[in-house]
Design a protein around this ligand. Structure first.
Ligand code: VG1
Ligand code: CO
Length: 543
């Protein structure tokens, strides 16, 4: 089977965002589009002699087509071995684990995460490096630069292989193994968590509902929650991955996981509710009658992680993205460990995890994870919660109240304004940035601005600096507003406004976030004129 060299022309729009290249399926369907990007990855990344590549995706429409392409292109570019998930499926955390476990030089993940799927939906390609984590900025920049000059891609002239059965193939000089997508990941979870204590709690009546949202986590959740932990059959809902995710939007928040939310707030609620996103790296945690914000979940997991065997030795540090609330900072201070504040996106945690400076990381967007891999991990968070609840023998609600009574509560909300004209969103951000230097000392009502800047992250491990990572405005009472534009959308711009207000333990800890954040929301309106700039009366989504 010869290697064929296909001439091509660059596409001008292949700049990776927060998490890989995401575009409409129809953009990816242009002749050469996916091939150019894959070839640009392979032209740029490190590939030692005998290199292994992991390939898998979240099961969305076009997944199988691009997997076949990726196999042929990888074979022509000198990989010795490819590990591919059966059915083309691998969750993002499973890819991260496989890269690490089998010493692969990297992995290609075909996913647009929580973005809608199907022919009219989105598609995406991410590349992860040998530590299992998302390619850092230097590499994604180099891939982008390559896409702008590429003039050929290489592929083995080989037929499609059967992705639906576990098996071994040879494409050119590359060995291809179709592997069970779940097994290695499930084994890792058994090492980290006390499955017998969770099984015991289930036998004593602990119940849960898990919504896989017809995305990749279904097979993982069925194997782990139902088969290995003994939760009743049917605990995992929407368990079969579908190419259009059942027409849904697998973003595990209260808007898109509304059925689960309604169940958890009803009389029929089980003890514990959870959901995951398209590619399995995010998590939603809801107790009976009690929603836990992702920022709080990070803090509560960090405060209790030592109860799970994988973390019995304690944590070395906590890291959170800048827009994530400071709830975890209070836990870190109490534990006497460092807390790092990074830009949005998991790629910024990799160095801290590799250097042993952080053990647990999290983002307000429902991503939590640890040094077991180099990605956020939805089921990992669910299992850590279950392990903690089983040991402490308490409800989610009781655990949350005890946490707030000890550390205080960071009321938190994110307001998203979606599909704005890019020019309007840029204008708003520019206007806010122009005001930053004069803001400190200004009073809005009775709260005074103490810090206003555009966030720059200086990586303490490799010294690289990442600028322009969101605008933050901090107030004297500990409140904070953050503005940034999303880097994962495929249409127009999405403005995210993050609001946070801290109440100490002796303060009001059982109010609703909307009550507690109303004043701050009006101050934000005064500062940024969001309504005027966007022409919207309010956010499209509040999470
Ligand atoms: C969003 C989230 C961010 C997350 C990223 C990728 O990015 O805010 O926290 O890391 O998605 O997650 P942005 O740039 O749209 O705000 V995933 O699960 O979509 O790979
Ligand atoms: Co995701």
């Amino acid at each position: 089977m010869p290697t064929i060299r296909y001439p091509t022309r660059p596409f001008a729009d292949q700049k990776p965002g927060t998490s890989g290249l995401r575009k409409k399926v129809r953009v990816f369907e242009q002749p050469g589009y996916a091939q150019n990007f894959l070839q640009s990855i392979f032209d740029v990344v490190a590939r030692p002699e005998g290199a292994t590549l992991v390939i898998g995706g979240d099961g969305r429409y076009y997944n199988r087509t691009v997997i076949q392409l990726a196999i042929r292109i990888a074979a022509a570019n000198g990989y010795a071995r490819a590990l591919v998930g059966r059915g083309g499926l691998l969750s993002t955390p499973a890819v991260s684990h496989l890269i690490r476990k089998y010493g692969a030089s990297g992995g290609v993940i075909l996913s647009a995460s929580h973005n809608p799927a199907g022919r009219d939906g989105d598609f995406g390609i991410k590349y992860n490096i040998a530590n299992g984590g998302p390619a850092p900025e230097a590499i994604t920049d180099a891939i982008h630069a390559r896409t702008l000059v590429i003039d050929r891609w290489l592929a083995e002239d080989a037929p499609d292989i059967d992705l639906e059965q576990v098996g071994q193939y040879r494409v050119g000089t590359m060995d291809v193994e179709i592997i069970d997508p779940v097994q290695d990941y499930a084994e890792l979870m058994e090492e980290l968590f006390d499955f017998s204590v969770i099984r015991g709690a289930v036998a004593e009546g602990l119940t849960m509902a898990f919504d896989a949202m017809h995305a990749v986590t279904g097979p993982y959740a069925v194997e782990i929650l139902e088969k290995r932990l003994g939760f009743a059959a049917g605990t995992v809902r929407n368990a079969v991955p579908l190419e259009d995710f059942g027409g849904g939007h697998p973003d595990p928040n209260l808007v898109h996981a509304h059925e689960l939310y309604a169940l958890m707030m009803s009389d029929a609620a089980p003890d514990f509710g959870a959901a995951s996103d398209g590619d399995g790296d995010r998590n939603l945690i809801i107790g009976r009658g009690c929603y836990i914000t992702p920022s709080d979940s990070l803090a509560m997991l960090a405060a209790n992680a030592h109860l799970a065997p994988g973390y019995a030795g304690g944590l070395r540090g906590i890291a959170r993205s800048m827009p994530t609330s400071a709830a975890a900072d209070r836990v870190a201070a109490d534990l006497g460990i460092a807390c790092f504040e990074t830009p949005t996106g998991w790629k910024y945690f990799g160095n801290l995890l590799d250097a042993g400076m952080a053990t647990i990381c999290g983002e307000e967007s429902a991503g939590t994870g640890s040094d077991h891999i180099r990605e956020k991990d939805g089921l990992w968070a669910v299992l850590l919660w279950l392990n903690i609840l089983a040991v402490r023998k308490m409800s989610v609600d009781a655990l949350a109240r005890a946490h707030w009574a000890r550390f205080g509560r960071n009321y938190y909300a994110r307001h998203d304004y979606e599909e704005l004209p890019v020019a309007d969103a840029d204008k708003l951000m520019d206007a806010v940035k122009a005001e930053l230097p004069s803001m400190p000392g200004t009073k809005f009502g009775d709260i005074e601005v103490t810090l206003a800047d555009s966030f720059t992250y200086d990586d303490p491990v490799d010294g690289t600096s990442s600028v322009n990572q969101g605008v933050r405005i901090c107030f004297a009472d500990g409140s904070r507003a953050v503005f940034r534009l999303s880097g994962t959308g495929t249409e127009g711009a999405t403005l995210r406004v993050y609001l946070e207000r801290y109440e100490p333990p002796q303060g009001i800890i059982d109010a609703t976030p909307s009550e507690m954040l109303a004043g701050l929301a009006s101050v934000v309106e005064l500062i940024a004129d969001v309504q005027t700039h966007t022409g919207r009366a309010g956010p499209d989504i509040v999470t």
